[in-house]
Design a protein. Structure first.
Length: 476
């Protein structure tokens, strides 16, 4: 039995190397049952599950199913400050009163140890008042040590304030006669943003006491942000992946080699016989994240509609904060990891043992960073403002695989010796688009792929092309 099978999708991007072989081992077994209280929507169901018999449990006669579930949605410009103020008010009175009932314990769900530490530190909370439930990793231990705190995985002994990360969002039971659940999300920290169906509904059921008056109530504190780039990037990757999967078997060896280089950046996977096919699970995993980042949290109305779709009513509150909470632990950004690798490179031959842990830390975050810095140099990375899409495009453009793919395409279209600059640009742009390269071609790019000499015919400039079958790929 695979419990909470939606986690296969939720964690796929960060754990693909573990999940893929696991799925391959179990997908054709006859006696496997996939169970979840919050199953995936049909559009997100992985293909390997679609043909399996499905059983929906009807809870409509259950008194718990019929109970009204309410989320108090607090829109704020500063989620950490609002969370702090709610906790301060709670501590001053010793309770929070809602509907004439008093909540005397708080369960604060925040998927960020750093955010939790910032709140605790800013409030100077005494250790006896709180506990932090999070993944038992060395990194988290070291973070908490900075404020004299430690990881507490004793689920049976609550404190007044219980901070909880995603390590206990699913499958962990809490017991409290009068505990209130609070979720804090921040659109500036994507890892803190939670999906309504697969995560928030799970959190809403974490307190198990039937007699808890707040069992079906939850306070959600969040800011909102509209980002229009997510959908277009997802669609572009989807269309390119489908194109490659459909055309791969017919392409030249040079083009196939380039497509294999792209497979981990797109929704593709390699079969045992070396072909590339569409990777539906990776696509749906990114689609799920895109739905969280670029749909649910664009405004309160969208989030309220999402709640409504899952049978939850919501009340909306607007909060304006003037205070700030300074972060005492600065989570590393993508810029930090690029600069860290540049530092690590300079330590490589200095016999400093810290080079290897540094490199491991960087690769754990993003294993493409070493290749990118080695290929482009840190100055070019800085010039591209650490933009991942721009960096990947530049790395791919400079790659031998891309040049060989373009050369293979040029063999099919170069039929004469002299071309105008405009003709060259049109030819290259069509090839670039076909290979998924978004940059606009320059006429001078032709010299990267074939022996070409610029010449002038009358008032127009063009290129004399001498195509050499085994032309060596030029290096930048």
């Amino acid at each position: 039995m695979i419990d909470e099978f939606s986690e296969l999708l939720s964690t796929y991007i960060s754990r693909e190397n573990n999940i893929v072989p696991f799925i391959e081992d179990i997908k054709d077994l006859p006696n496997v049952t996939y169970v979840s209280a919050t199953p995936l929507d049909d559009e997100l169901m992985p293909d390997f599950l679609k043909d399996k018999e499905r059983y929906d449990i009807d809870w409509s006669d259950s008194k718990f199913y019929k109970e009204k579930k309410v989320i108090l949605l607090a829109k704020t410009n500063k989620p950490k400050v609002t969370a702090k103020n709610v906790i301060l008010s709670f501590l001053e009175k010793g309770y929070i009163e809602l509907n004439g009932k008093r909540a005397e314990e708080l369960f604060v769900f925040i998927n960020s140890v750093s955010m939790i530490i910032d709140i605790i530190n800013n409030m100077e909370l005494p250790k006896e008042l709180y506990k932090v439930i999070c993944a038992n990793t060395q990194e988290n231990k070291e973070k908490l040590e900075q404020i004299g705190a430690e990881i507490d995985l004793d689920f049976m002994n609550n404190k007044k304030i219980n901070f909880i990360t995603s390590t206990a969002f699913l499958g962990c039971d809490f017991y409290s006669d009068n505990g209130l659940k609070i979720i804090v999300t921040d659109t500036n920290k994507r890892y803190s943003m939670l999906d309504v169906n697969t995560q928030i509904l799970q959190i809403n059921g974490r307190i198990r006491n039937d007699d808890n008056p707040f069992r079906n109530m939850l306070l959600h504190i969040s800011n909102f942000k509209f980002d229009s780039t997510g959908d277009s990037e997802l669609n572009d990757k989807y269309e390119m992946s489908v194109k490659i999967a459909g055309e791969y078997i017919k392409e030249s060896d040079g083009v196939k080699k380039y497509y294999r280089k792209l497979k981990d950046e797109l929704f593709l996977k390699e079969t045992k016989n070396g072909d590339l096919v569409f990777n539906d699970i990776r696509y749906k995993a990114e689609k799920l994240k895109n739905n969280v980042y670029n749909v649910q949290y664009i405004n309160p109305e969208e989030l309220k509609e999402e709640y409504k779709d899952y049978g939850i009513s919501s009340r909306f509150y607007l909060i304006k904060e003037d205070d700030t909470i300074k972060s005492i632990i600065k989570d590393k950004t993508k810029k930090d990891y690029y600069e860290l690798y540049e530092t690590a490179k300079n330590m490589r031959f200095s016999f400093e043992m810290s080079y290897y842990p540094l490199l491991a830390d960087i690769k754990k975050k993003d294993n493409q960073i070493p290749e990118e810095v080695d290929c482009l140099g840190i100055d070019k990375i800085r010039a591209l403002r650490y933009s991942k899409p721009k960096i990947r495009e530049e790395v791919n453009f400079r790659s031998d695989e891309f040049k060989e793919a373009v050369m293979d395409k040029l063999k099919l279209v170069l039929k004469k010796e002299v071309y105008s600059s405009d003709e060259i640009k049109d030819i290259l742009n069509e090839i670039y688009i076909g290979l998924g390269m978004k940059r606009k071609a320059k006429a001078s790019d032709i010299k990267l792929f074939v022996d070409a000499q610029e010449k002038k015919t009358g008032t127009k400039r063009g290129y004399f092309i001498e195509f050499v079958e085994n032309k060596r790929v030029k290096q930048f």
